[in-house]
Ligand binder design. Structure first.
Ligand SMILES: Cc1cc2nc3c(=O)[nH]c(=O)nc-3n(C[C@H](O)[C@H](O)[C@H](O)COP(=O)(O)O)c2cc1C
Length: 309
């Protein structure tokens, strides 16, 4: 049996979601924050708040950063260190031009010199144990091979690999052939990430790659938040039981955001995002009602319709 980690998902897995997922459902050995970046020469207050230890009580959180070189890495590491963290994950996979154009995320994969600079920089911050979350390359899996030696020589906690290239974004097939080849060459603990949506797929990856240190799941946990619980406890919940858990989770999120967001429209936008991946579980009719709700009264009625289906 392997560990299940919750992948970072910008806009979804924020502190409130992580806290209530862990408290009400669980089965996740490690949560990652969505990537933290430098904007206007500083860390955003919102990003800092998201990783404050008091907002992440009871769970194992690893803050993730996205950087373009040593200076950004040192700056963000210092801010995160101040909060008492000794683990940081570095994003080498974000495919979005807003970040890649700044030389961050997946852009690093086609620049072995920059990867070397970063791997040297982490040696200077030796009170922090870094991990990396990578893709195969910007546009070709061949980009990964020159990086293997550099990565193997760095003092990393682990390497998480999502076997797609950045130009695929989140579509197309995962490249299991490349994952297989690379898994034999990486000397650090390795984590698989990509397209895992059910217990069968977890078991199949776990069987095929017995030495993996964890399986990291993103969208599969958004569409089935109980998947981690089921795997770790070796049980299968009915759809009804899963929906009951999700309604409880979303009720807590609603209470949390009602107290923090201003006005119904902000609250509505935020709450709707949490239902985006849940249509297969809650049914098309309720999913559509939620998506189309124009105020909180309509939203509440749409949510009630789920339990009546
Ligand atoms: C909406 C969205 C936001 C994401 N945000 C991040 C992020 O902040 N940091 C990161 O490393 N990956 C991010 N990812 C990538 C996921 O962590 C994960 O690697 C990817 O979705 C593949 O795994 P999955 O098929 O299990 O979802 C994001 C993906 C999506 C779809």
């Amino acid at each position: 049996m392997t560990n299940i980690e919750f992948a970072p998902l910008q806009g979804y897995t924020d502190a409130a979601y992580r806290y209530w997922h862990n408290r009400l459902i669980g089965g996740v050995s490690c949560y990652y924050s969505p990537f933290i970046r430098i904007e206007k020469s500083d860390i955003r207050a919102k990003d800092l708040r998201d990783i404050l230890p008091e907002n992440n009580e009871g769970l194992n959180l690893v803050p993730q950063i996205i950087v373009n070189g040593k200076d950004e890495l040192d700056f963000l590491s210092a801010k995160i260190r101040e909060l008492g963290y000794s683990r940081i994950d570095i994003n080498f996979g974000c495919p979005f031009p807003l970040q890649t154009k700044k030389g961050r995320g997946a852009a690093l994969l086609s620049d072995p010199q920059k990867v070397l600079e970063l791997m040297e920089a982490i040696k200077d911050n030796d009170d922090i144990h870094y991990s990396v979350k990578m893709r195969l390359g910007m546009s070709s899996a061949e980009e990964f091979y020159p990086l293997i030696d550099i990565i193997n020589h760095a003092p990393l906690h682990h390497v998480a690999l999502h076997p797609r290239v950045a130009t695929q974004q989140y579509k197309g097939n995962v490249d299991m052939l490349s994952f297989e080849r690379i898994s034999g060459e990486i000397t650090h603990p390795l984590i698989y990430n990509g397209d895992i949506t059910n217990l069968g797929e977890i078991n199949s990856i776990d069987c095929r790659y017995a030495t993996l240190s964890a399986i990291m799941i993103g969208r599969g946990l958004l569409s089935d938040p109980c998947l981690s619980y089921e795997y770790v406890n070796n049980v299968q919940l009915s759809d009804k039981e899963k929906i009951a858990k999700i309604l409880e989770l979303h009720a807590h999120l609603l209470e949390h955001y009602s107290a923090r967001l201003q006005g119904d429209s902000q609250l509505l936008v935020k709450m709707k995002t949490f239902w985006e991946y849940l249509e297969p579980l809650i049914g098309r009719k309720s999913a559509k009602l939620i998506k189309k709700s124009i105020n909180m009264a309509k939203y509440d009625a749409a949510v009630v319709s789920i339990s009546c289906n």
